[in-house]
Design a protein around this ligand. Structure first.
Ligand SMILES: CC(C)(COP(=O)(O)OP(=O)(O)OC[C@H]1O[C@@H](n2cnc3c(N)ncnc32)[C@H](O)[C@@H]1OP(=O)(O)O)[C@@H](O)C(=O)NCCC(=O)NCCS
Length: 196
């Protein structure tokens, strides 16, 4: 027997949409990255599929990871947030502002929803909206931008849903194991930057 509503939810990405309905009501917090988030962060940094989607070339050793985290506290041009889901604060990913440029009031946004089970449920979009709120509010930035690889339409779509627009296509911008690939540049400008 077909469950009520299953026909309505059929089609591409229907499973993602069903998961999104369940997760949409669960609170999502952006928490400053701390030592409790390090193990998962390294696991995602070394996951082959995530490395491919994030264009990471080399795995990170435990010592490199610890040194990277120790250096973070002194680096004012980047800010890392853990994505924590639900009251139990399940760490499902990270989002960060990179190359924060105070003079030009802008930064790059990067994100990984590392837990595979949490992908495709709207968490990435919500996290990008939340990080934009922090960037445009507390940090006083007025422009955010991001790069997504041409073969990663899910990332492009999540940024678009969070208010970013495609500003450019960088042809054959990155060299990968099996050839070169295009990169999309997406941007989101605060109204005040546009004279509004
Ligand atoms: C990219 C990422 C942050 C997106 O977060 P997410 O929570 O999975 O995404 P969301 O559920 O918020 O939105 C995904 C959207 O992409 C759509 N989508 C999924 N696969 C797609 C595909 N192959 N083609 C087009 N759209 C696709 C979904 O349907 C959804 O859009 P919709 O709500 O309009 O249907 C997350 O999947 C992730 O971290 N992936 C691995 C690492 C990565 O790619 N990071 C980004 C590097 S720039």
């Amino acid at each position: 027997m077909t469950a009520i509503g299953s026909e309505r939810e059929a089609g591409p990405f229907a499973a993602e949409r069903r998961a999104e309905n369940v997760v949409a009501a669960v609170p999502l917090r952006l928490q400053r990255l701390d030592a409790s988030h390090l193990a998962a962060t390294r696991r995602w940094a070394n996951d082959p599929e995530l490395m491919r989607l994030l264009d990471r070339a080399e795995p990170v050793s435990e010592a490199e990871h610890a040194a990277w985290f120790a250096a973070l506290t002194h680096q004012s041009d980047r800010r890392y947030f853990a994505l924590e889901l639900g009251d139990e604060r399940r760490h499902v990913g990270n989002a960060w502002l990179w190359q924060i440029d105070r003079r030009h009031a802008k930064a790059e946004v990067r994100i990984v929803v590392g837990e595979a089970a949490a992908q495709g449920a709207g968490i990435g979009t919500r996290a990008l909206e939340a990080i934009a709120e922090i960037a445009f509010g507390e940090l006083g930035l007025t422009r955010l931008y991001a790069y997504t690889l041409g073969f990663n339409p899910r990332a492009r779509r999540a940024f678009e849903k969070a208010g970013f627009v495609v500003e450019g296509l960088l042809k054959n911008d990155r060299r990968l194991a099996d050839g070169f690939c295009d990169v999309y540049l997406l941007g989101r400008n605060h109204l005040s930057r546009c004279g509004g």
